[in-house]
Ligand binder design. Structure first.
Ligand code: ATP
Length: 380
């Protein structure tokens, strides 16, 4: 069973550089938390302190109720998949996976052998179990490392880019496998990844780091729907930022002018922001799936008068634009649309699957933002 992991005021300074600033985090027993953030934001530094490879400059780390801050890595009972925690070169794949069990002095027997075989099956390396690490590809070596971290059912598992070297297909099947094992054994997992999609699909909560701080920690849906800052909104998923000016504020609504378009926004969409004054600059954040393409005027070749849309007062939150390109992204298609009224603004819009006729490059289209989906951020 997993154990709670607690970080209290953990900090790390390398010479003059604050790699991790005053950080508090509680990961519940059995919870899967991913840490994401730009390069150099402190993710690996945080993980290496939890593992015990580096001592914090200040603060304390608890596994369950035990303060492990000054314990050596092997005394912390934490499973690890780290680049720097390499495989043992003189041991075969099987011996590498068996090592944590041997360390814990589990007698060799059928139960131990079954456990190792199950791990070999899991990472699909049964046929290569007698090979040495130098006889494996980078991806195969990573899979051995994953098996070695999981084999002793540790209460806490740390993983730093464990699937980084794998191709997409294997990566996706390993994501599911890791998640299933984690749920089955109830382990607490801290998972560092550069792949936001991986973080969003695997995690109970995601922690976004920036400049050595946890800028927001929340469920994938919270981060996506209620990002605390423009940085988070941009980092988690895709978003359009549209510059605008506040025209009017009232208790129940905020009116914003974006080019020739007037939008009314719910105040609940002003996240972590004081109600702005009239005339102040803001940025509207709109997810591509919240930009609705008005299908009635999708293609100028279909004979409809798209230009009349601009002056229609009955279409709130509307923009006219020109299709620059259509990007095929697997099942979905994204249109890049340059806004007529603000030619330096190019918006990404998801094209709904039911949209039969695709707009062509150069086509005039009209777009609508549903007011309750737009987020408002400081424009400075
Ligand atoms: N041993 C070290 N000595 C000095 N500075 C370090 C050391 N390790 C990390 N740093 C610095 O601390 C900061 C955080 O680094 P860290 O490796 O934790 O970031 P990261 O988010 O894991 O980055 P990446 O995504 O590129 O792996 C960076 O500015 C880095 O240069």
């Amino acid at each position: 069973m997993g154990q709670q992991l607690t970080l209290r005021h953990v900090q790390k300074k390398y010479g003059p550089i604050w790699a991790v600033q005053d950080t508090n985090l509680e990961v519940k027993a059995g919870e899967f938390v991913s840490i994401v953030g730009p390069s150099g934001s402190g993710k690996t530094s945080l993980l290496t302190m939890i593992a015990g490879f580096e001592a914090p400059t200040a603060g304390a780390i608890f596994v369950g109720s035990q303060d492990v801050t000054s314990l050596a890595p092997h005394r912390r009972n934490i499973g690890m998949v780290f680049q720097k925690y390499a495989l043992f070169p003189h041991m075969t794949v099987r011996q590498n996976i068996a090592f944590p069990l041997k360390m814990r002095r589990l007698a060799e027997g059928s139960a131990v052998n079954d456990r190792i075989n199950a791990m070999l099956d899991l990472v699909q390396l049964g046929a290569l179990q007698n090979r040495y690490p130098h006889e494996l590809s980078g991806g195969q070596q990573q899979r051995v490392a994953v098996a070695r971290a999981l084999v002793f059912d540790p209460p806490v598992i740390l993983m730093d880019e464990p699937l980084g070297a794998l191709d997409k297909k294997l990566r996706e099947s390993m994501q599911i496998e890791i998640k299933q094992i984690q749920e089955r054994i109830g382990a607490t997992v801290i998972y560092v990844t550069h792949d936001q999609e991986e973080a969003l699909t695997m995690s109970d909560r995601v922690a976004v780091m920036r400049g050595g701080r946890l800028e927001q920690v929340g469920t994938p849906i919270e981060l996506y729907k209620r990002p605390r800052s423009a940085f988070i909104a941009d980092f988690v998923g895709s978003i359009n930022f549209i510059p605008g000016t506040v025209c009017q504020t009232s208790g129940s609504s905020l009116t914003i002018r974006c080019g020739a378009t007037i939008l009314e926004i719910c105040p609940t969409n002003m996240l972590d922001m004081q109600p702005p004054e009239n005339g102040s600059p803001v940025r509207l954040g709109v997810r591509p799936e919240h930009l609705e393409i008005e299908t009635g005027s999708v293609n100028s070749r279909n004979g409809r008068d798209t230009t009349s849309f601009r002056s229609r007062p009955d279409v709130p939150g509307g923009f006219c634009g020109t299709v620059e390109t259509i990007v095929f992204a697997g099942a979905s298609r994204i249109a890049l649309i340059r806004v007529d009224a603000a030619s330096d603004v190019v918006l990404r819009a998801s094209l709904p699957a039911q949209l039969g006729e695709l707009p062509e490059r150069g086509a005039k289209v009209s777009l609508r933002i549903a007011p309750d989906t737009a987020l408002v951020f400081d424009g400075h």
